[in-house]
Design a protein around this ligand. Structure first.
Ligand SMILES: *Cc1c(COP(=O)(O)O)cnc(C)c1O
Length: 490
């Protein structure tokens, strides 16, 4: 698999005099640049650009694109991220000129189609969530959390209340505490019980008239549906607080349970997880939020409305209580177009079936994995489950068996599961197969995992053996990326 050609820089492929284009001969008299461009704006020397032919360019970038794993090239059971296959048809439609070539400053009457699509998407997300007031503006799930917490803040301010605390269970995604702090709240972690559900006693101890919001991910990142959620909502509401549902795991309950019906006041969707938006590489994603009618006036503006009289869609700046814009123009519209296509393609019954199949696939994989790995909460799961490689420590002496297994999976051509998250499971491997995988793929993955668990410690410790980059320091790699491959970075 090592592909050294692709790890050369395109500058290293350069040969003086080569060109990727054939321009016709100049048929007008040549004139010196200095005649048209002021001397101080001209470079003394030509820029050093790679001189390469078209096939060299194509091979270079095609090879580069295969250095990483992707949903289109590999099985990708990355828990909590819902790496389902994204139908190419949605990509094609989002690329149509009528969508992709619009300018956000066009007049409303010239973008009626786009406004209709966004209006209908608002309605569909309102229906799926059971929370009728929708803003499509936020640009990611985490951004949706922040926007909704700002909505909560504005709501409490309107009531004349000072509420300083946001609470969430210890299995929460790191974005929950981060959003709470960015929105100006103090953050309190609520313990989970041994069975993975929220510890109600610890919640009661921390609830008070200073509680603004309880954030809950349900089903949780452990792949468990907390059946106490309505009771939790009652407890929080009795204290005047609001429930925020982190909707990253909606792939498990589409058309089956609605957050608005089980007590949520606000939530976000991750269309790049649930509704087939391309996912990873830093975005763009989207994080539409849905809230109750009570909170509607505080939503970011504008939203999209329909005027019966003029029979036209328009950008509605709504109430002066709005928290204002959280994103330029209408948000990341390309992702929203794909979400619209996905939802309309499946329809209500199809979406329900998506979730049923996602849960079935996860339970099928779970039934195999628990034969050779520990699965702490593993009788049944929703769309994902968290296995633990803790027992392997003792058997092999490995210090970080979850990491070693993850790295070794790369040699077998599988993207690893999410590791070391949530923090409540030691040596956690969080697997989310999604509904788009076949039984054969799940069987093959389980088989490889079983093989790896029984391989010698040295093999695991030194894995991966077949990739161009072996084990980079992940923090340094993110902060100070060295994009040029050398033996030293191996
Ligand atoms: C992915 C995820 C988020 C954050 O969503 P982004 O779109 O990546 O910002 C929040 N909570 C949970 C549980 C997630 O899985």
């Amino acid at each position: 698999m090592r592909n050294t050609h692709a790890t050369q820089l395109i500058f290293e492929l350069s040969t003086a005099g080569r060109s990727g284009v054939n321009l016709p001969a100049c048929d007008v008299p040549e004139q010196p640049r200095e005649q048209w461009i002021p001397a101080e704006l001209l470079n003394a020397e030509s820029p050093e650009l790679p001189e390469v032919t078209e096939p060299e360019v194509i091979r270079h970038f095609t090879n580069l694109s295969t250095l990483n794993m992707s949903v289109d090239t590999h099985y990708y059971p990355l828990g909590s991220c819902t790496m389902k296959y994204n139908p190419k048809r949605n990509e094609r439609i989002a690329g149509w000129d009528g969508f992709a070539q619009l300018h956000p400053y066009q007049s409303e009457d010239s973008i009626q189609g786009m406004l209709q699509l966004l209006f209908e998407l608002q309605q569909m997300l309102g229906e799926i969530s059971g929370l009728p007031a929708v803003s499509l503006q936020p640009a990611a799930g985490a951004h949706g959390e922040l926007a909704a917490l700002m909505v909560a803040s504005a709501y409490f301010k309107e009531l004349g209340e000072t509420r300083t605390k946001v609470l969430a269970p210890d299995s929460a995604h790191g974005t929950n505490p981060a959003s709470a702090r960015m929105a100006g709240f103090d953050f309190v972690t609520i313990r989970s019980q041994a069975d993975g559900r929220v510890d109600l006693d610890h919640l009661r101890e921390n609830l008070g008239d200073d509680t603004a919001v309880f954030m809950i991910t349900n089903p949780s990142t452990l792949g468990l549906f907390d059946d106490q959620v309505q009771q939790i909502a009652d407890l929080v509401h009795e204290q005047g607080g609001l429930i925020y549902l982190d909707g990253a795991n909606m792939n498990a309950i589409l058309g089956i349970a609605r957050p608005g019906d089980f007590g949520a006041d606000m939530m976000h969707f991750n269309p790049h997880k649930t509704f087939s938006g391309p996912h990873g590489g830093g975005g763009p994603g989207a994080g539409p939020i849905c809230v109750t009618d009570t909170l509607r006036p505080f939503l970011p503006n504008p939203t999209v409305s329909y005027c019966q009289d003029s029979q036209a869609y328009y950008l509605d700046t709504g109430d002066d209580k709005s928290i204002g814009r959280v994103r330029s123009f209408f948000g990341n519209v390309g992702v929203l177009v794909r979400a619209y296509c996905y939802i309309r393609t499946h329809g209500p019954d199809g979406l329900k079936r998506v979730s049923e199949m996602a849960v079935l696939n996860a339970n099928y994989l779970l039934s195999q994995v628990k034969e050779f790995l520990d699965v702490p909460h593993g009788d049944r799961c929703m769309h994902e489950f968290v296995a633990s490689a803790e027992p392997i420590k003792e058997k092999t002496g490995l210090k970080q068996p979850a990491m070693d297994i993850a790295k070794r999976l790369l040699d077998y051509g599988f993207h690893p599961p999410t590791v070391y998250f949530p923090l409540t499971v030691h040596e956690g491997l969080m697997m989310e197969p999604t509904e788009t995988e076949s039984k054969q793929t799940l069987d093959a993955f389980a088989e490889v995992l079983k093989t790896i668990v029984n391989e010698p410690a040295e093999t695991l410790q030194s894995a991966p053996h077949s990739t161009s980059i072996r084990r980079p320091d992940e923090v340094q790699a993110a902060r100070q990326p060295i994009v040029k491959w050398t033996e030293a970075t191996d």
